[in-house]
Design a binder for this molecule. Structure first.
Ligand code: DGP
Length: 110
């Protein structure tokens, strides 16, 4: 298995899990860019958001909203990011959503 996040799902690589159900896994980013930086991924492999059905993206988003609440971010606000492709800055070719919060963000992102 070549995919890093598939190996995390399989338990071959340890991760700091914060949520898991039959189709979704969420764990803390190894290189956090904010006080809260969680990755939400589908257990089924999709290279990017381009291949994923709306239902999967919806489940990821609902999970992100629940985690934002449990991280105390709902009132303060947070950022959800799906990097896609080379110019989108996607380094891991397994669809993932970043939940970032606990600090302010300017725009454009920096
Ligand atoms: P992206 O640039 O959107 O493809 O984000 C990939 C993220 O994955 C990046 O923020 C760092 C994170 N990451 C890479 N390898 C690992 C790992 O082995 N464990 C964890 N927890 N996160 C990782």
């Amino acid at each position: 298995m070549n995919c890093l996040f598939c190996r995390i799902i399989a338990g071959e690589i340890p991760s700091s899990k914060v949520y898991e159900d039959e189709s979704i896994l969420a764990f803390r980013d190894i290189d956090p860019q904010a006080p809260t930086h969680i990755l939400i991924i589908p257990k089924e492999h999709y290279d990017s958001v381009l291949e994923a059905p709306a239902e999967v993206i919806g489940r990821m988003t609902e999970t992100a909203k629940q985690l934002a609440a449990s991280e105390g971010l709902t009132e303060r606000g947070f950022r959800l990011v799906i990097n896609t492709g080379e110019e989108g800055g996607q380094s891991v070719k397994h669809l993932h959503m970043h939940l970032l919060g606990g600090r302010g963000f300017g725009w454009p992102p920096g």
